[in-house]
Unconditional design. Structure first.
Length: 263
């Protein structure tokens, strides 16, 4: 693995594989789930039948928005997933997290939620990208990217296998919704699929990018730094398998403007 960090970068060990069968697995029901948003529907006019037939609102893929990726600095870290010691790994009948052939693979059985954290990073302001490839995934199953993470809390940018994206803050098994689920043409509709997940973070603001396209922003003051990680969450009655690769991190030299108090 080839990783480069500025001298000021703090090296630490992020570890979170919560207990289930002793390997960092836990029933998904431990994390309260918010209601899944239903896609908005608009009527399609049909002239001759007695009733109109509703059709889902078309999913629009956003155009490239490089202006949202502001303040990008030097490349400060590269992880090619060649060293198993750099990530939390484990295996049991309930699920596994393992590194092989320059990829980290998370595989979980129904009802299991599994997290793996990178052990060598502490990041504050940054832009990080990672490639995710779901190979078994359906319905409301989830996978995604964790940022500013430690053993107890983190921000979670989640993609669902029915084409939605959302964001939460997880704190001691409590879930705080920061962005409700939204449909995105950049989220793979099930499996197999591939998506480049990017998170831009500066101060309290964080922005989600998929395949280089801006999706949404959230703002939260609770966590200012931490490592990165990935997760898989089998919410249905079938297993979930997702591989992650090619992690790159850039510095962000930008601070969102502060609001001027009213006179």
């Amino acid at each position: 693995m080839n990783m480069t960090f500025p001298r000021s970068l703090i090296i630490t060990c992020g570890l979170l594989l919560t207990a289930c069968s002793g390997i960092g697995l836990e029933p998904v029901t431990d994390i309260p789930q918010a209601p899944t948003a239903t896609p908005t529907q608009t009527p399609t006019i049909v002239w001759f039948p007695a009733t109109a037939t509703p059709t889902p609102q078309p999913v629009i893929t956003q155009p490239p928005t490089p202006e949202m990726l502001i303040g990008l600095g030097e490349l400060i870290a590269i992880d090619d997933f060649s060293d198993p010691e750099e990530w939390d790994t484990a295996a049991s009948d309930q699920g596994s997290a393992k590194i092989s052939r320059d990829r980290l693979t998370l595989a979980v059985q129904p009802g299991i939620y599994l997290v793996s954290l990178q052990r060598q990073m502490v990041l504050g302001n940054f832009y990080a990208e990672i490639t995710a490839r779901p190979s078994l995934c359906r319905g409301e199953d989830e996978y995604g990217f964790l940022v500013r993470a430690n053993a107890a809390t983190y921000y979670r940018f989640a993609l669902t296998c029915n084409g939605q994206a959302h964001a939460e803050r997880i704190s001691l098994k409590e879930r705080h919704d920061l962005q409700e689920p939204v449909m995105s043409g950049d989220v793979p509709p099930g499996a197999p699929g591939e998506v480049r997940i990017g998170v831009w973070a500066a101060g309290p603001e964080m922005r989600l990018f998929l395949n280089g396209r801006y999706q949404f922003s959230i703002s939260d003051l609770n966590l200012s730094s931490g490592t990165v990680g990935v997760f898989a969450n089998a919410k249905g009655d079938t297993p979930v398998t997702v591989t992650f690769s090619d992690l790159k991190v850039r510095a962000v030299e930008y601070f969102p403007p502060t609001r001027t108090p009213n006179p």
